[in-house]
Design a protein around this ligand. Sequence first.
Ligand code: NAD
Length: 472
Amino acid sequence: MQRIEHIYINGAFVEPHGSEWFDLHNPATEEVIGQVRLGDARDASDAIAAAKAAFPAFSRTSRQERIAMLRRMQAAMAARENDLFEAIVTEYGAPVSRARWMAAYAHQVIGELAQVLEQYVFQRPAGAAQVTMQPLGVAGLITPWNSNAGFICGKLATALAAGCTAVIKPSEMSALQTRVVMEALHEAGLPPGVFNIVNGRGEVVGAQITSHRDVAKISFTGSSVVGRAILRGSAETFKRVTLELGGKSPTLVLDDADFDSAVPLAVQAGFMNSGQACIAGTRILVPRARLAEFEAAIAREVAATPAGDPRDPATAIGPMVSRKQWERVQGYIRRGKEEGARLLVGGEGRPDGVDRGWLVRPTVFTDVRNDMTIAREEIFGPVLAILPYDTEMEAIAIANDTTYGLHGYVLTGDRERGARVAAQIEAGRVLVNTLVHEPKAPFGGFKQSGIGRENGSYGVDAYLEPKAVLVN
Ligand code: NAD
């Protein structure tokens, strides 16, 4: 049993004022593996006060000083990569190959921001004016459980690159990962108060950060419901807000696609991060003339994509993070059947031979209509919907008929055609015949998938206010 008692305020590990203990689970076994003591609104206020006090000096640091700090943070996180990997597998249940990538991403993303800062243009002439990109102040960073350490490191590195100080409210379900990050970043030796980390409930610590007048900016990744609450809560003080919310991303399989390569890509895009990915390609649009061929190919591919023990190297899909999430996913599988979709693979319950853990059978429905619940709502589990179409124009219309707009995938034998179709998809990022991540490209959503962009110089912009000065 691990007990995590401390939060991090003003450069020190402190006991929180809050006294609630929250259970941490291993989702592969359902066992309680630890407890975290949660901070409360007073702890959040203390952290905000520390970040506010640190801001004047930190905002005046030079580009080179901040690059040096980011490089120290990167090295400190890299030194703890194995500990982070262990925490991710144990507490989140990511399969080992995914967890390796996630543990490395946490330090790589800091290095990425150091590179962005080297090139970032803070002074920009505009006619007779000199425009300075000036840091906003204290940033509140709120992260979800599906990539807690990666989001802490990415959001924090971006805020610091811009010259902002930060208060971080990690997912309360990810405290083992947060502890590794907290200890590592402490080793980087940043000035006290520049970053502060408060474990706590969203409606307590998150809400305090959202409403506090000394916080200038919120960057949030998580559900649309909470995103709306943050937007409303920020309105009183006109905070700048970046929201990375959910998605129901389309994978357009064009009629010229080679299924030998397209089907594995579609399955990987759909089951990414055990299905708990905001960018998962969960609506697979397939030409009706090739539907039977696609169904046979995807059934074979899913059979080769097993859900199971995250520590087994053969496992492709790990457990859902919590019982609540498992039940939610089961509910969607039931709903899919009730609404008349045809179950091609998988179904309710655990995979064969598994009697514990929040594991879901990898599931694919076909003959799905775009007005069915499983085609409209984000499931956040390994459940895919195949929607047949007749023409390319109809496929694009179905792809765009969603309240979301985070991501899209196009699979085709013709790159130019793929780029032409990608241009017509209403989403913040579209990948054609690939799953590669480009860290310099902006990331964020159209429509109800969010507001604003993260990553690269676009991400840094969101922590800065342009100030124009004209001197006569
Ligand atoms: P959530 O949105 O409830 O939680 C995300 C973060 O927000 C957590 O740190 C939480 O403590 C905090 N939070 C909760 N209420 C808050 C409030 N009122 N003010 C400020 N912060 C608050 O996400 P969840 O419960 O972990 O997951 C629910 C659903 O959200 C999932 O099923 C999935 O559909 C979606 N989700 C999306 C993403 C994504 O990457 N877009 C990530 C996680 C979850």
